[in-house]
Design a binder for this molecule. Structure first.
Ligand code: CMC
Length: 429
């Protein structure tokens, strides 16, 4: 055990244990601080607060390192398919050939939605945002699968996990079909995970649909780089909701809602909207960089900046390369990609962005790839949710298996009115 840290409070010395992670990250364990001193710690936005120990994902924001279960994201993106990465995140080790085949078979068995779930879609307005549909339908799964809701039964948890991995692409594709008025396309289980999703999105009963292998590869890569990112807003939400022993479907539905916001997963949609606005406004990149620097404008460069990455986002590098390759192969010249590159160049040579260590994040170029594949902008964050699902599942399971699990219940520093007496309504002026 390393020597404890010491703090001096009212002339009393208090020892704070120092915890060291496997990558030698040091942290202060303040869990006994309140019982020792009566004081809590305050950390708006949890900028400096570790909510848990975790073995799932390692991230070093200074060095731009991201590893799932110890494996660098660059290697996983180059050599794995998304389902293998799901297995790795959830079970903690890369699968053998037999393990992955059993896993794929199990997921295939659950891809269809109950026919009564299909009728939910009749009730949503045509222009409903697909993230709202996604979170509602996932929450609704707990009404259909009451046989797998017990968070303390490992077999039930596993069945719910496989159901979610299998059904989320179907739920998502149906949300898109609803928006276009086209008939829903049932999953086809001889296709792989990404092929199946593209088929459910873009096939129509009236003509054959050919799945482009380049689209499959690009989608596979995007899902892998989004698969986990340790204690981000949506993952922390999934853990927080799950900590009350709420069922897995309820917890994941809450995570989807958290991801929707433009400061989190919604940034990919917001980023493409911003790039389109810049083009419509004459392509004056500098004007938008200046606006982003002006606090009073309320404008931010979407797809720029990250709470943790302060040098570069390794996911953004992988995606930019893939984006370049895909556009060249498809011989597409997308003005959005050109404006994005210009914006990156201008921003990265501007002291405002350099001083604040603001770099393009995972969402800066992902939208350009989604567009090339034909995914409509409202579906971008849905794709992020499909990618992030295994991370949410891995963290939810890890939390439940931890001997230290407790309901998450932060404290506060109260700054409201002190005690006052109630004035009857007739006397209030
Ligand atoms: N454009 C302009 N200025 C920015 C930006 C931006 N995109 N991001 C941060 N800043 C400035 C901010 O105004 C502040 O300046 P000052 O020190 O003068 O007050 C400074 O940089 C630090 O920003 P912060 O808001 O305190 O940083 P944060 O860690 O709380 O926020 C963030 C991180 C990702 C929410 C933020 O950078 C942001 O709003 N980015 C745009 C939205 C976005 O792209 N989100 C996707 C994140 S990656 C995908 C995911 O994992 O969710």
């Amino acid at each position: 055990m390393p020597d404890p840290a010491k703090i001096l409070l009212d002339d009393k010395e208090i020892e704070i244990p120092v915890i060291i992670g496997t990558e030698n990250e040091r942290s202060l364990d303040i869990s006994k601080l309140r019982s020792q001193t009566g004081l809590i710690t305050l950390d708006n936005g949890y900028v400096n607060t570790g909510s848990t120990t975790s073995e799932v994902t390692y991230l070093d924001g200074e060095k731009g390192i991201l590893r799932y279960r110890g494996y660098p994201i660059e290697e996983l993106a180059a050599h794995c398919d998304f389902v293998e990465v799901c297995y790795l995140l959830i079970y903690g080790a890369l699968p053998t050939s037999q393990e992955i085949e059993e896993f794929r078979t199990s997921i295939r068995q659950h891809t269809m939605l109950h026919e009564d779930i299909r009728t939910f879609y009749n009730g949503f307005p045509r222009d409903a945002h697909p993230m709202a549909i996604l979170s509602s339908v996932v929450s609704g799964l707990s009404t259909f699968y009451q046989d797998s809701l017990d968070p303390h039964d490992p077999r039930q948890v596993e069945v719910s996990t496989h159901r979610l991995l299998a059904k989320l692409p179907t739920i998502a594709a149906y949300a898109y079909k609803k928006s276009t008025g086209q008939p829903f396309i049932y999953p086809q289980n001889d296709l792989n995970y990404c092929q199946n999703f593209l088929q459910m999105m873009f096939a129509v009963p009236s003509e054959p649909y050919e799945i482009d292998p380049d689209f499959v590869d690009a989608l596979n890569l995007l899902l892998i780089v989004h698969a986990d990112h340790e204690q981000n807003c949506s993952t922390s939400t999934v853990r927080m909701v799950g900590s009350s022993d709420a069922n897995l479907f309820a917890s994941i539905s809450a995570g989807i809602s958290a991801l929707w916001g433009p400061l989190h997963g919604g940034a990919n949609e917001a980023c493409v909207n911003m790039l389109e606005q810049i083009i419509a406004d004459g392509g004056n990149v500098k004007k938008y960089v200046d606006m982003a620097k002006d606090r009073d404008s309320g404008f931010r460069l979407m797809g720029f900046g990250h709470r943790v990455y302060k040098n570069f986002d390794p996911r953004a590098r992988i995606i930019k390369k893939a984006c370049d390759k895909l556009l060249a192969k498809l011989q597409i010249s997308d003005p959005l990609f050109e404006v994005a590159q210009q914006l990156e160049e201008v921003a990265l040579s501007d002291p405002y962005f350099v001083e604040r260590k603001l770099y393009p994040n995972v969402d800066f170029y992902s939208g350009v790839i989604y567009r090339a594949i034909g995914i409509p902008v409202q579906m971008f964050t849905v794709l992020f949710a499909i990618g992030r699902l295994p991370g949410w599942l891995a963290h939810w399971v890890e939390m439940h298996e931890s001997p230290h699990k407790r309901i998450c219940r932060p404290r506060q520093v109260y700054t409201g009115a002190t005690k006052r007496s109630l004035v009857p309504i007739k006397d209030r002026g």
